[in-house]
Ligand binder design. Structure first.
Ligand code: ZN
Length: 579
């Protein structure tokens, strides 16, 4: 079923009497879907008067038209909102709304026809097509699926979700949500609807491989860092598609170069990108070297004045949060000085009204971060079991815990020079990134680690993961809100595609599928400060995923994506995949 084109899921009104203008209209569109040139041309008037109108004006004549027909069928044509208006017994006007997908992307528009009755049936005499950029998708309804709304409420069978102007207009039973007359329907019977997934921990300044993290494996002679970063800046669209393909409709970029802040405005009303919120350059307790000559992603917390100035600058830049990288510097660990700087960041963030989010994997640092006012902890505590003091502090502060369980395993795979390719759906990964990930096994033969070093890394990763899983269970059982985050962009934690590993790790920690889903939707929306609820409810942004299998039975079923909806635009999983 996942392979079905969206066009075949659209619920058409029953065919009326044969040989009407509407029949001719449907036959015309069916010929495009079938890529049947002869059938397609049979619908047009074979005269010099045949008129085509587009953004470039009027063209006339059948012969010219026929010569070009069939040269470039769209990969996908979604035709909805077909309307036919009879003008006289022999003339009818028709219009529909379309979305076409080709190699240049997805584009919406309106197309018209004028039909004339001839001895051989109704034929098209005039045809037009006009793109409608910056117009919200038309009203649509998903009908017949089981609705899992992301609040933890009992699922609703045979549900209807009506979407209008990029938001959910109604979600619930058929009785509660009748399909409005001006909406077209998609048949989702036998499927499950969940909110779009939200990843609260990503980095658009990182590629998903070591070329974006030469501190993990230095291949800068082959992949110059400045070039890698320039490519990321120039083409975030590749990663957008990976996210949508994986059912991820919003992401929180919690640290990167200043340009990542621009993605917020650019994606806010997009139907072709996930919603991005971003923290911008991160404040670091160590003076980390991985920056560009002309810009920094790590701002060193050298003293209190610098920290407070950096926080105020983030406010002016439009950052959604202040992210602190709380790493204890080696030798000598001047704990009091570092702690004072983190608290200064928290204090200044409070003054300017921005949430503080902290990377802290040590229990002591995590507690200190919460005392400094952390709204979100974006990593597990790895160093020790979380204790009652930690749980009390977190509860009192209202901190959200993002476990980010699977990212260290990507580094382990790098150290072992072996990419475990079956864990992330590579169909959702752009070809360039896929090639690099697959090259992990061979590209660095000259720099192989000793077997002992690889084993040591594997043992450390396994130890940390076990501690992370146990701590997640403890935190969840203590009633502390948990949000999903992958740390995508790090080596072999692929943008979008990594979300499934993280969902499954959270389930492996002992969380019920229902609670894992809430973490990946409603709580993740809160952690990201989104202007939507992350649930399927009237008024929320129409970001949804339609699954072929029950996610409440096993969160692994979230991999079985049939459709992805972003601000009311409905995509099949297949059209979002990279071939
Ligand atoms: Zn991170």
């Amino acid at each position: 079923m996942a392979r079905l084109a969206l066009a075949t899921l659209l619920v058409a009104a029953p065919l009326a009497a044969q040989d009407t203008p509407l029949d001719a209209f449907r036959g015309n569109l069916a010929a495009i879907h079938a890529r049947d040139r002869a059938a397609y041309l049979s619908h047009y008037l074979h005269t010099p008067a045949l008129t085509r109108v587009g953004a470039d004006g009027v063209h006339q004549g059948y012969d010219d038209f026929a010569r070009g027909a069939g040269d470039g069928w769209p990969d996908t044509l979604v035709a909805t909102h077909l309307r036919v208006v009879p003008l006289s017994p022999d003339v009818a006007y028709g219009a529909y709304r379309y979305r076409v997908v080709d190699s240049s992307g997805s584009a919406r528009g309106v197309s018209e026809r004028v039909f004339i009755r001839t001895p051989s049936g109704w034929k098209v005499a005039v045809t037009t097509a006009f793109p409608t950029r910056n117009v919200d998708p038309p009203p649509m309804a998903l009908v017949g699926a089981t609705l899992v709304d992301g609040t933890g409420a009992a699922p609703v069978g045979d549900a209807v979700v009506v979407m209008r102007d990029g938001r959910i207009a109604c979600a619930g039973s058929r009785a509660a949500c009748p399909v409005p007359a001006d909406a077209d329907s998609v048949n989702a019977a036998g499927k499950w609807i969940i909110p779009g997934l939200i990843d609260t921990h990503v980095h658009f300044s990182q590629t998903g491989w070591v070329d974006g993290r030469p501190d993990a494996l230095d291949l800068r002679d082959r992949y110059p860092y400045a070039q890698v970063e320039a490519d990321l800046h120039a083409q975030p669209e590749r990663l957008y598609r990976s996210y949508l393909c994986s059912g991820v409709t919003s992401v929180f970029d919690v640290g990167g170069y200043p340009w990542t802040l621009e993605l917020q405005e650019r994606t806010a009303r997009s139907t072709t990108a996930p919603r991005v919120v971003a923290a911008g350059p991160l404040l670091s307790t160590i003076d980390f070297w991985l920056n560009l000559p002309d810009q920094r992603q790590f701002i060193y917390m050298s003293d209190e004045a610098a920290v407070r100035a950096a926080v105020r600058a983030h406010k002016a830049w439009g950052a959604a949060a202040i992210k602190v990288w709380y790493i204890m510097p080696p030798q000598p660990p001047d704990t009091a000085r570092v702690s004072a700087l983190v608290h200064a960041a928290g204090d200044e963030a409070r003054k300017v009204g921005l949430p503080l989010i902290v990377h802290a994997t040590g229990l002591w640092e995590a507690k200190d971060a919460v005392r400094a006012g952390a709204r979100v902890l974006v990593h597990s505590v790895w160093s020790a079991p979380v204790d009652d003091e930690f749980l009390t502090l977190v509860r009192r502060q209202g901190t959200i815990y993002v476990p980010t369980l699977t990212v260290p395993d990507g580094y382990r795979q790098v150290s072992a020079r072996r990419f475990e390719r079956d864990r992330q759906p590579l169909a959702c990964v752009d070809p360039a990134t896929r090639v690099k990930a697959l090259a992990t096994d061979t590209v660095a033969r000259a720099q192989r680690l000793s077997a002992a070093a690889v084993d040591e890394r594997a043992a450390r990763t396994a130890r940390n993961l076990a501690q992370g899983l146990a701590n997640l269970k403890r935190v969840h059982d203590a009633g502390i809100p948990v949000a999903l985050g992958t740390d995508a962009g790090n080596p072999l934690t692929l943008h979008g595609a990594s979300v499934f590993m993280e969902l499954e790790a959270m389930q492996a920690a002992g969380l019920a599928p229902r609670d894992v889903l809430i973490s990946a939707t409603r709580t993740a929306a809160i952690a990201s400060g989104l202007d939507s609820t992350g649930t399927v409810a009237a008024g929320s942004v129409a970001d949804l995923v339609v699954l072929d299998a029950d996610p409440l039975a096993d969160v692994r079923n979230v991999r079985r994506i049939a459709l992805v909806v972003r601000r009311g635009e409905i995509y099949t999983r297949r059209e979002l995949e990279y071939r």
